[in-house]
Design a binder for this molecule. Structure first.
Ligand SMILES: C[S@@+](CC[C@H](N)C(=O)[O-])C[C@H]1O[C@@H](n2cnc3c(N)ncnc32)[C@H](O)[C@@H]1O
Length: 198
């Protein structure tokens, strides 16, 4: 699968699957909880605007958002590291990455995101997409800040739909003079923060 048309077909299939699946399941672990298509487009634009080559995604699910990030970063010569703790989601994502022939651009980690952040080098990533365990974001913030390079971009999903879950985290970033931040009313609400630097 090389053409944009074919990747678009896969993305459309995943959207239909996610909608049907999530409507049929109430327990969170069985749902895909994918970003919306316009969020994918926003992520791609932001990756290009930043010229990001080192992208970290926390919360893979079945890889829908990862495909948007990978397609954006591929022509920049970069790569995406995506973290997922659930084996079944990790496996579904892997199959989708193979199908998209984007597995060479994507590094999958089956791990807890807290451990991955703790082990990452200072300034390791110039773009981080956070779509995972919202209640943990505030405790992850010191590591997220350390791992994000100067001039890096942090995007957080569900900042409108589940603001209450991440209010302390968002407030901490807004209060930090090194960051410029806004809420984009796209999809479920995308909180975007840019770290000062080159
Ligand atoms: C909202 S879904 C991600 C959706 C995905 N970004 C997309 O749009 O296709 C959140 C995912 O984060 C995973 N997750 C939750 N807590 C995690 C943690 N501490 N470390 C790694 N993954 C985690 C869940 O298993 C779930 O698959």
């Amino acid at each position: 699968m090389h053409s944009i048309d074919t990747l678009d077909t896969l993305l459309s299939e995943l959207e239909a699957f996610g909608n049907t699946n999530d409507a049929a399941h109430t327990e969170r672990a069985s749902r895909m909880l994918n970003i919306t298509r316009d969020t994918g487009e926003l992520l791609a634009v932001l990756v290009h605007a930043r010229g990001a080559r080192r992208v970290l995604e926390i919360g893979t699910s079945n890889g829908y958002s990862t495909l948007w990030l990978a397609r954006a970063v591929q022509p920049l010569g970069g790569s995406v590291v995506t973290v997922e703790k659930a084996q079944d989601k990790f496996d579904m994502a892997h199959a989708n990455f193979v199908r998209a022939q984007l597995q060479g651009v994507i590094g999958q980690l089956l791990a807890d995101a807290g451990d991955v952040l703790r082990d990452a080098a200072d300034g390791a990533y110039d773009f981080i997409f956070l779509d995972s365990a919202r209640q943990q974001y505030e405790s992850w913030w010191p590591q997220l800040d350390r791992v994000l390079a100067a001039g890096g971009v942090l995007v957080v999903d569900n900042a409108s739909s589940h603001y209450a879950d991440m209010a302390g985290f968002v407030d901490a970033i807004r209060a930090d003079s090194r960051y410029m931040a806004c809420l984009a009313t796209v999809g479920k609400g995308e909180f975007i923060a840019v770290k000062a630097g080159n």
